[in-house]
Design a protein around this ligand. Structure first.
Ligand SMILES: [Zn+2]
Length: 337
């Protein structure tokens, strides 16, 4: 077994004027992706989205959920990953399989290709935007940042966002691959990310020539980090950071564990279904007489009988004598039990 932990490792350089996080995901990605049956090229995008979300959330003080989401017009318009302040990650993609197959065919690949081709993510997600949201629950203000999807990787979009809108210079390196099974390695999806930010003066940064030099140097050093190093299970996060930044006043920060976790529950599904009319619910009944709702993040199935739907909607079964005769009940609704 390799010493690969799903975790976020904070660090400081140059007396805290520069701050960063190194994130690694392995088993959590296998759990998150394993049941989804997505093409490998989409799995790679989801791995990158998830590790980026964790790296971004790792720099924020919040108590709730951080979400990173694309809205594009390409074959994979939506990539969405979220992470709770306690370290539960999950992710989902919306895929137009026909368009994706066509895009992959054009570069000599296909949906079943086990080795994802190196396609510009922009070609898959398309034009649109990337949004970050922090939701701390009812009664709190939602924080949201939005940036255009620029050419390049999602990491490039994130750097672009911080440069443009937050005046917080940021560099990000990410890598993701599915490691093959070997004698010493159980294999599986792995993703790594190093995110480095230059703090503004009011947050402990400095704005003198030495500080600008330190930022330049750290960026150059981060550029030397190879994808193979970031994803090498034999290299611990501490070892990687030491190799890169030992001459830059490296001080390790907080380390936090990550895991795959979904927040769905029967209560939440019931609340969602309760917003539909009883007639609409009747339309959702499947051949076995049940309404089945599958969580898009974890695959959990929630099933509801007609009696359960009656209780949810607070109405009688559709077609019952509701009295006013005004409900637009669907034709051919099954006779309720
Ligand atoms: Zn779920």
């Amino acid at each position: 077994m390799s010493p690969w932990n799903d975790s976020i490792h904070g660090f400081y350089l140059d007396g805290g004027a520069l701050r960063g996080r190194l994130v690694r995901l392995g088993g959590a990605l296998d759990d998150l992706l394993g049941w989804q049956d997505q093409p490998a090229v989409v799995e790679a995008l989801l791995a990158e989205t998830t590790v980026l979300a964790a790296a971004l959330a790792g720099g924020l003080k919040f108590d709730g959920v951080f979400t990173l989401q694309t809205s594009g017009d390409g074959p994979v318009p939506t990539l969405m990953a979220d992470i709770t302040s306690t370290g539960d990650v999950r992710a989902v993609a919306r895929v137009d399989r026909d368009r994706l197959a066509a895009a992959l065919r054009a570069v000599g690949s296909g949906l079943d290709d086990e080795r994802p081709v190196a396609l510009n993510p922009r070609a898959l997600v398309g034009g649109g935007h990337l949004a970050f949201t922090v939701d701390q629950g009812p009664g709190t203000e939602r924080y949201q940042g939005i940036t255009a999807l620029v050419d390049g990787t999602l990491s490039d979009c994130v750097s672009h966002y911080f440069h443009q809108s937050e005046q917080l210079p940021t560099v990000v390196r990410t890598a993701a691959h599915r490691a093959p099974v070997t004698a010493s390695d159980a294999g599986g999806w792995r993703a790594g990310c190093v995110l480095l930010q230059r703090m503004p003066v009011e947050a402990g940064g400095r704005d003198d020539a030495a500080a600008r030099d330190a930022w330049e140097t750290a960026g150059v050093l981060l550029d030397t980090l190879g994808e193979d190093e970031l994803l090498d299970p034999a290299l611990t996060p501490g070892r990687i950071l030491h190799r890169l930044f030992h001459g830059e006043g490296l001080v390790p920060g907080e380390t936090r564990p990550l895991r795959f976790g979904c927040r769905c529950s029967r209560d939440k599904v019931e609340a969602a279904l309760a917003r539909f009319s009883r007639a609409d619910l009747a339309d959702m009944v499947q051949d076995d007489g049940m309404v089945r709702v599958t969580c898009q993040f974890c695959g959990a199935d929630y099933t509801f009988s007609n009696q359960a739907l009656d209780a949810l909607s607070g109405e009688g079964p559709p077609g019952g004598d509701s009295g006013d005769g005004a409900d637009d009940r669907p034709g051919g609704a099954p006779g309720a039990a």
